[in-house]
Design a protein around this ligand. Structure first.
Ligand code: ATP
Length: 308
């Protein structure tokens, strides 16, 4: 893990990277009320990530001990692959991400969540959250330079590293068109970034953080075709070699995922590649056909489509 993260004795970096992912994640996970902090077990070891394989093993979960948010969910995200979660509002997509980030611990009998065979409730939260990069729907920008906003992903990143990350996130050319390049102020007092540009800033930050595991919450708003292409390319760069779980709304993301999980009422009702699910001609195929025919546009949002 030291190889992945550089010197661990750099407390400033550790603090900042954990802190940053918390800020983003709170937004990603749209937390309405602060969940109870989960406690590490005494002497809990750090998570050791080798492949970054994620496994949900018969996971059930309820927020209030009455209604069920997840019910017997099992799936794997093999090393370096991308899994897209689709399903109507309330189906359980965000709950899956929240549990993986350990906002809640599973109780006895509620199943297990493993990363490279280690139960996430047995390792330190700090090491878990350090291994996970979060790309939220809407990233927080500081009223300062665009360079700083990207460099926030890694303590003491050099300007060269920042530029490489921006290139990977398809933002470099856009930044060079700003009056002061990387020194241009963004946010309320500076250049206003579009939703798609903000998401690419989040992607650049995450490229700098270099985590083995990714959680992505795709924006529901429709994007124009060229922005869509830029984001697709940026996400491709980010997802390469990492295991990712995405709440997917856009048809292009869904089509390019290795595996799609279709959720309904806290259960996986269909799963497979895009091609397999279309051949299966079930719920997903109907949802897809409906979306493509009404929009006729591959950049359209499939967000919160009712799964009948
Ligand atoms: P959306 O697309 O609207 O974000 P989702 O698929 O992400 O929906 P979840 O947010 O995972 O769905 O919700 C799953 C279930 O858990 C829903 O029935 C929801 O009402 C319930 N739920 C979610 N968050 C909480 C909470 N903090 N307290 C109680 N119930 C919750």
């Amino acid at each position: 893990i030291a190889q992945l993260y550089g010197p661990l004795n750099n407390l400033g970096y550790v603090y900042r990277s954990v802190n940053q992912s918390l800020v983003d994640t709170e937004r990603l996970l749209k937390l309405l009320n602060e969940p109870k902090e989960v406690d590490d077990k005494p002497d809990a070891p750090d998570l050791i990530v080798e492949d970054g394989e994620i496994e949900f093993d018969d996971v059930s979960f309820s927020y209030d001990n009455r209604s069920t948010a997840l019910n017997g969910v099992s799936f794997k995200v093999p090393k370096g692959s991308s899994v897209a979660l689709v399903g109507e509002s309330g189906a359980g997509k965000s709950t899956i991400l929240r549990l993986l980030y350990r906002f809640y611990d599973l109780k006895e009998g509620e199943g297990r969540i493993l990363i490279d065979g280690q139960n996430i409730k047995d390792v330190t939260q700090r090491s878990l959250r350090k291994a996970i990069g979060v790309v939220p729907q809407d990233c927080v920008l500081f009223n300062t330079s665009i360079g700083y906003n990207i460099g926030y992903g890694k303590f003491d990143a050099s300007s060269e590293e920042i530029e490489i990350a921006a290139q990977g996130a398809q933002m470099h050319d856009r930044i060079m068109s700003f009056p002061d390049g990387y020194d241009t102020d963004v946010g309320e007092r500076g250049v206003r970034l579009s939703g798609g540009e903000k998401q690419r800033v989040a992607i650049a930050r995450t490229l700098l953080k270099n985590p083995p595991i990714l959680l992505l919450d795709e924006a529901t708003s429709a994007l124009d075709t060229s922005t869509e292409k830029d984001i697709q390319k940026a996400l491709q760069n980010l997802q390469r070699g990492r295991s990712s779980l995405s709440i997917a709304h856009r048809l292009s993301t869904i089509a390019s995922a290795d595996v799609i999980l279709v959720l309904k009422n806290g259960q996986i009702i269909e799963q497979g590649s895009h091609r397999e699910l279309l051949a299966q001609d079930g719920v997903f195929a109907a949802m897809w056909a409906d979306q493509v025919s009404t929009s006729g546009d591959p950049t359209a949002s499939i967000g919160d489509q009712s799964v009948k």
